[in-house]
Design a protein around this ligand. Structure first.
Ligand SMILES: Nc1ncnc2c1ncn2[C@@H]1O[C@H](COP(=O)(O)OP(=O)(O)O)[C@@H](O)[C@H]1O
Ligand SMILES: CC(=O)N[C@@H](CCC(=O)OP(=O)(O)O)C(=O)O
Length: 291
């Protein structure tokens, strides 16, 4: 009997969170590493469908970095990153679009729908969902000098067509967005998926932005998880290299989303089954909150 009471208690623990989030928007960035195996993909799909059934508007932005790497390798194209952004020439851009829009997006939509969801796949080009401009990357030299580097077809989001997302939400659909945007000239741009999720969360004034990744959260130099990072500490943690590589766009996009009006931002471990539910519906929370 006790285990049944424990189950009921667990459900009751979720009640205040259901009340708080019902009718609100949560933006989830589903990283390429978090799609590691079949069980994880299934638990992610079920989590999202549960949120939607509880009346929580859920918007998915997916990544696909490892999947792009695999295909580029097959084509013999070498790829490098500058501060977590892939240097993207026109040949690389074709592969990025093919993998993100033609493969990963289809797969995420397929999983959600197969488990009973009403997912609709979009790229940032559909309905000009993500209008972009070319991003230049800032490189700081050891002498304190700053150089702006052209990294090709890498985009910064200048405008989000939030009306398109809201139309889908009102129709009870789950938007699943591939991080490929369009420039004013019609060119395709590769956008870091964290950045897209952050801009969408900001534009929608989301209740929560969740970035699912392949580590427990943000760690200090000793490798210990930092549960909460105040906004003001982020530049220092990047400057002293506590935060590096792919974690830089993650924390920066959390900061941007919060400044734009999103209420909370979390970086959590997508390798844990039901990570999304644990973060939203339990008192403990998981990962790192940028506060
Ligand atoms: N302070 C830090 N805490 C945790 N991970 C960090 C930190 N600094 C850099 N990283 C790196 O960032 C990676 C996550 O970024 P990335 O590989 O781009 O993830 P994703 O594919 O989920 O977007 C981690 O696997 C880790 O190697
Ligand atoms: C500009 C840039 O770096 N774009 C990313 C887009 C995919 C992505 O962000 O995927 P993950 O979240 O799985 O890393 C890339 O080309 O890998």
């Amino acid at each position: 009997m006790q285990h049944l009471i424990d189950k009921a208690n667990t459900l009751m623990e979720a009640l205040p969170y259901i009340r708080r989030f019902s009718g609100k928007t949560i933006v989830i960035k589903y990283g390429g590493h978090a799609m590691a195996d079949e069980q994880l993909k299934e638990s992610f799909a079920l989590d999202v469908i549960l949120l939607k059934s509880l009346g929580i508007n859920t918007v998915i932005v997916h990544g696909g970095g490892p999947q792009i790497n695999e295909t580029l390798k097959r084509y013999g194209i070498v790829s490098e990153f500058v501060r977590g952004m892939r240097v993207t020439d026109s040949e690389t851009m074709k592969v990025v679009e093919m993998v993100l829009v033609g493969q990963v997006n289809r797969e995420v939509v397929g999983y959600l729908n197969q488990h009973g969801g009403r997912a609709v796949g979009l790229s940032g080009k559909d309905g000009t969902l993500l209008l972009c401009e070319k991003m230049l990357q800032e490189i700081k030299g050891d002498d304190g000098s700053v150089e702006m580097v052209d990294i090709g077809y890498v985009g910064n989001v200048v405008k989000v067509n939030q009306e398109l997302i809201q139309t889908l939400e009102h129709g009870k659909f789950i938007p699943v967005i591939a991080p490929v945007g369009v420039g004013a000239d019609g060119a395709s741009y590769n956008i870091n998926a964290d950045l897209v999720a952050g801009r969408i969360a900001g534009a929608l004034k989301a209740e929560k932005l969740m970035l699912l990744t392949d580590v427990e959260g943000v760690k200090d130099k000793g490798g210990t998880l930092i549960p909460s990072i105040p906004l003001a500490d982020v530049p220092r943690l990047i400057d002293d290299a506590t935060i590096s590589g792919g974690m830089i766009p993650k924390v920066e996009c959390c900061v941007d989303a919060l400044k734009e009006g999103a209420r909370k931002a979390h970086i959590i471990d997508g390798r844990v089954r039901h990570a999304v539910l644990l973060e939203i519906f339990t008192d403990v929370g998981v990962g790192t909150e940028i506060a």
